[in-house]
Design a protein around this ligand. Sequence first.
Ligand code: AMP
Length: 428
Amino acid sequence: MSFQSLGLSEALLKAVSKKGYTTPSPIQQKAIPPVLEGKDVLASAQTGTGKTAGFTLPLLHILSENPKEKYRPIRALILTPTRELAAQVYANVKEYSEFLNLRSAVIFGGVNQKPQAATIRQGIDILVATPGRLLDLQSQGLLSLKRVEIFVLDEADRMLDMGFLRDIERVIKSMPEKRQNLMFSATFSKDIKKLAHGILNHPVQVEATPENTTVEAISQKVYRVAKGLKTGLIIKLISEGNWKQVLVFTRTKHGANRLCEKMIKSGITAAAIHGNKSQGARTKALAGFKTGKVRVLVATDIAARGLDIPLLPHVINFELPNISEDYVHRIGRTGRAGASGEALSLVSADETTFLRDIEKLIEMKVPVEIIEGFEPDPNASTQPEKRQQRGGGNRSRNSRSNNSNSQKSNNSRRPKRNSDSRRNDRRN
Ligand code: AMP
């Protein structure tokens, strides 16, 4: 199937070809036609599937076909959970609309609102936003959603995880009832289905599993190590392997900072990316990592969500996540687009249960290695340390992968977390 056969306009085909895409990805093949027909769509897809173009291309097609007014009201709203994702989606919107007479803007928190408000005032057709800043500007009367024709809710499951349900409901109330709705989510819990039911009108359901992020395709290894020796081990692995682009996951923001400092001290360029970092610092860290200036990016799960870093050769779990699904998300960042990738986990005794749960989820045993001088502590307790669990830690550890083919089951079975704890960790 070609992009031409999907019925997209010449201007869009030109932009797509400029990006170097030759064939629409499965989610694009499935989602673009119903969106072009004006239908509501509920799509099961996550980062890496080409979902952004899946909703952006037809959205741009529809908007460019309708006559513009001199004063441009916001006609399309794309809501995303994180600042990084908003920036990435916006970059895509800009690229795909290069040959169209459409204007767009992105707004998110953590940066000065004035330039954002000024851009909106000049008139834009498409707005990409995170919920907090959107509602902020709206409550100040700096933007109106009363003319929105197309609403896209991207990564809806993350939205709920991060405690944005109320915000989404408020946003929806401020849009006209008659509009086209597109909802994208990697998982379909009861909460997501409920949300979809409230937003979508007779939706066409489409789904796509990521093409190259199956767990089996990724080379995984566990290093059993004493807790206190992890930093030494990770520095040794990165230095001796002469690894150039490594994404490291820690469970906490403090942990990310500490590890980052130690790496820098030992001569490895590193940057941390988490919710306590300013937007400027995050963008700089990500840009440095992409260009190769920064060898190691240390991230927390939520901060890393949605980051588009193609062809990542190494992912290291400095600590295992207590939620098994997060492991699958993390290691899914390597081995993309057919490139070979390696996912390593440094596992201390107290993480034994997490490892067991992960292995249950991915239905395979991860090979274990012990490096001389970095042996595990035989006397350490195998009980999970009482550290603050993300969001109260009551999410299922046994729920099935949403990143593997089991996604088809359309059920992530994630128990609900209380809204306060979600709010507390939304910037993790
Ligand atoms: P997404 O899932 O939207 O985050 O997209 C994942 C990556 O795939 C991005 O780097 C896109 O630029 C790229 N991409 C999207 N559509 C296509 C396509 N049809 N062919 C090749 N690459 C694509």
